[in-house]
Write a protein that binds this ligand. Structure first.
Ligand SMILES: NC(=O)c1ccc[n+]([C@@H]2O[C@H](COP(=O)([O-])OP(=O)(O)OC[C@H]3O[C@@H](n4cnc5c(N)ncnc54)[C@H](OP(=O)(O)O)[C@@H]3O)[C@@H](O)[C@H]2O)c1
Length: 262
């Protein structure tokens, strides 16, 4: 990395694609220096080049979030080279789809390794710094699946629900610390992650830029949670009133979608 001016610094994992790339672009547009992380360098460099092309400041630091030591090194590098850290977004994730009756331990282990422990590693590494400076934002990218799990999403939804619960306790434990925690629950988003999934019009895929704008607004307003698109919240509400009613909506509206045949 080269010398970086001392503007606010945002670190985004999973920033080479989809929501992470859109969020990095949005945060860069809002004046942050963005540190882009993911495993694959080429797509990270391409995202960084697009951001720089629009006048933003972007740095690339590859990292596999499933590797705790690598995430510690990532945060240390950001602090050493960018000089500060203000926004930390645990966004890296991986989707898997299998009926709950077919799931085995290995499915849960791989879903949790990235979607849950990947985020926990980042929080562990970055939080002491944010607590010391008594400011900053921790953004946890979960999924609407954590509010109302869809059929076939068992392992993924369990990992995202665990992350959402961790976010809810973290937010309360950090009350008064100056560190803001925001948990994000996107519905279906048009990214490579679910390219091969057809969904009904009522839960049409939204653009990743819409999620990015919602997250930046939530950071500004220090919101605890974001559900995007907002109407997903209606299903969560119905499910809270009656899980049977929630299941009925999912079934009748075919909300879990269909994998396109190869
Ligand atoms: N798309 C949706 O409908 C949807 C809905 C709700 C929530 N989400 C969540 O939103 C987040 C972003 O997803 P997306 O839809 O933008 O997916 P995406 O376009 O597939 O992007 C996933 C990103 O995560 C990175 N990544 C995957 N495994 C990683 C690992 N072990 N270490 C570091 N980076 C890793 C990928 O880059 P590399 O492969 O190069 O590492 C990529 O940058 C995920 O947490 C996802 O679960 C998505």
């Amino acid at each position: 990395m080269t010398d970086v001016p001392r503007t606010r610094v945002a670190l985004i994992t999973g920033a080479s694609s989809g929501i992470g790339a859109a969020l990095a672009t949005e945060l860069a547009g809002a004046g942050h220096t963005v540190v882009l992380s993911a495993r694959g360098v080429d797509r990270l460099e391409a995202t960084a080049a697009r951001i720089r092309g629009c006048g933003g400041r972007a740095l690339v630091v590859p990292c596999d979030v499933a590797d705790r030591g690598a995430v510690e090194d990532l945060v240390s590098r950001v602090l050493a080279e960018a000089g500060r850290l203000d926004v930390v977004v645990a966004n890296a994730g991986a989707y898997s789809r299998k009926a709950a009756t077919q799931l085995g331990r290995v499915d849960f282990e791989s879903a949790f390794a990235v979607n849950f422990f990947g985020a926990v590693h980042l929080v562990e590494a970055a939080l002491p710094h944010l607590q010391r400076q008594r400011s900053g934002h921790l953004v946890l990218m979960t999924s609407f699946d954590a509010k109302k799990a869809m059929p076939h999403d068992g392992a993924y939804a369990a990992a995202k629900a665990a992350l959402a619960t961790f976010g809810a306790t973290l937010r309360q434990d950090l009350r008064g610390s100056g560190v803001h925690v925001c948990t994000v629950f996107p519905g279906r988003v048009d990214t490579p992650m679910i390219d091969d999934l057809d969904v009904p019009a009522i839960s049409a895929k939204i653009r990743p830029e819409r999620v990015a704008r919602a997250v930046v607004r939530a950071i500004r307003r220090r919101r605890p949670e974001v559900v995007v698109p907002w109407h997903c919240g209606l299903l969560a509400w119905a499910d809270m009133v009656s899980p049977r009613l929630g299941d009925w909506f999912v079934r009748v509206l075919d909300l879990d979608g269909r994998l396109r045949s190869p």
